[in-house]
Design a protein around this ligand. Structure first.
Ligand code: ATP
Ligand code: MG
Length: 358
């Protein structure tokens, strides 16, 4: 079947298989592989038999070691950071490597209630039979407890505080009481929780200190250097290219570098050479957005251009990412165009494309 998007454990089935085959370290109970192998899966590397594992996370290895080590303790893992810093991506890959299953996921929203985390009822059966095992609707968290797997909770801080706190019993007692049936579900080994939360939503529903204490927080940073960020965008774009089969050529590294440069300069409020101060636009301009801009450019070039990515294919996407507020951000952009881009060698095409577009 031609799935639009495969789960990590489907897409990287071969890598996971090879990692398990080449395992030399002790494997925690109900884990698919050792913590060391999980980190190799995340960071990439060469196995004993010469098999190449591709890197999934590009950045500080130590952060991944801390994240994975947390999961063998009795604390849960909270991945925290700005939007687009690969929190969901890392959470999916860790769950795939540790449990072979990244699908036990609860999407946090302001609207979800306790029943999305604990359990719900099939009302037709509840009315017909009364509370019974058959009328109970299991949640991903409950399944993870029963099967000794990783449950994922996305955007934890968007969930109302009272609902968040249902996690306290689950994380400290490792049980989920079901008073209606006069029983409880006790988690088996291998169970743990990876939650993600976004800096920008801070204060929406900040975690209670009781809950905070049950999590180890790992902060995922923005990429350190322009090289690192360019590399992330290039890799992600290449993998999208395969799936989307666009009729365009692989983008030149230089074009990706230009997009990343623009994003970094505007985000940091200073040019890469450190010489001119800039105003920052209101949006986040994360790596994730740079990836979308290049993907968009590829589609434009493939279908409405000559198949090779040029400035005009990129500029519409860049503007979409930069100008979130039609008045203020537009001024920021125009200033950047006039003071930086116009004067930069080899960047005139971007300046012109932007003038045409705005
Ligand atoms: N350091 C990185 N290494 C590898 N990929 C990265 C990195 N930073 C960002 N990405 C890519 O950025 C994209 C977006 O990441 P993701 O959706 O996980 O962000 P997020 O932190 O969950 O954001 P949000 O807070 O908006 O949910 C992914 O495709 C991911 O591959
Ligand atoms: Mg996310």
């Amino acid at each position: 079947m031609n799935l639009l998007r495969q789960h990590a454990e489907q897409q990287f089935a071969e890598e996971l298989h090879e990692l398990k085959k080449n395992e030399t370290n002790p494997v925690p109970e109900n884990w698919e592989m050792s913590p060391q192998s999980v980190v190799t899966y995340l960071m990439g590397g060469t196995l004993k038999n010469g098999f190449e594992v591709s890197p999934k996370y590009i950045g500080n290895r130590r952060l991944m070691e801390i994240a994975v080590a947390t999961l063998v303790t009795d604390r849960a893992l909270l991945l925290y950071g700005l939007p687009g810093t690969a929190k969901s991506w890392v959470s999916e890959h860790i769950a795939a490597a540790v449990s072979g299953d990244s699908t036990l996921i609860v999407q946090g929203t302001a609207g979800i209630g306790e029943e999305a985390i604990r359990y719900g009822w099939n009302y037709a059966r509840l009315l017909a039979e009364g509370p019974s095992e058959g009328a109970l609707v299991q949640t991903p968290v409950m399944k993870a407890m029963q099967e000794g797997k990783i449950a994922r909770i996305e955007e934890l801080t968007r969930i109302g505080s009272d609902v968040q706190d249902t996690l306290i019993t689950i994380l400290s007692e490792k049980t989920l009481p079901i008073p209606e049936l006069n029983k409880e579900v006790q988690a088996i080994r291998g169970f743990n929780v990876i939650a993600t939360a976004n800096n920008r939503d801070k204060g929406v529903n900040d975690l209670s200190s009781a809950l905070k204490r049950r999590f180890n927080t790992v902060i995922l940073p923005l990429p350190d250097s322009i090289e690192e960020e360019t590399d992330i965008v290039r890799r992600r774009v290449e993998s999208f290219e395969k799936v989307m089969s666009l009729p365009s050529e692989r983008p030149a590294l230089e074009e990706i570098r230009r997009v990343v440069t623009i994003f970094r300069e505007l985000r940091q409020g200073v040019t890469c050479d450190g010489k001119s101060k800039l105003k920052s636009p209101s949006g986040t301009l994360s790596t994730a957005e740079a990836i979308s801009v290049v993907n968009n450019g590829l589609a434009m070039a493939g279908y409405f251009g000559d198949g090779v990515i040029h400035a005009e294919d990129l500029v519409s996407g860049i503007l979409g990412a930069v100008i979130k507020d039609p008045v203020q951000d537009k001024v920021v952009w125009q200033e950047y165009m006039e003071t930086v881009v116009k004067k930069r060698d080899g960047w005139k095409d971007i300046y012109r494309a932007s003038i045409d577009f705005i």
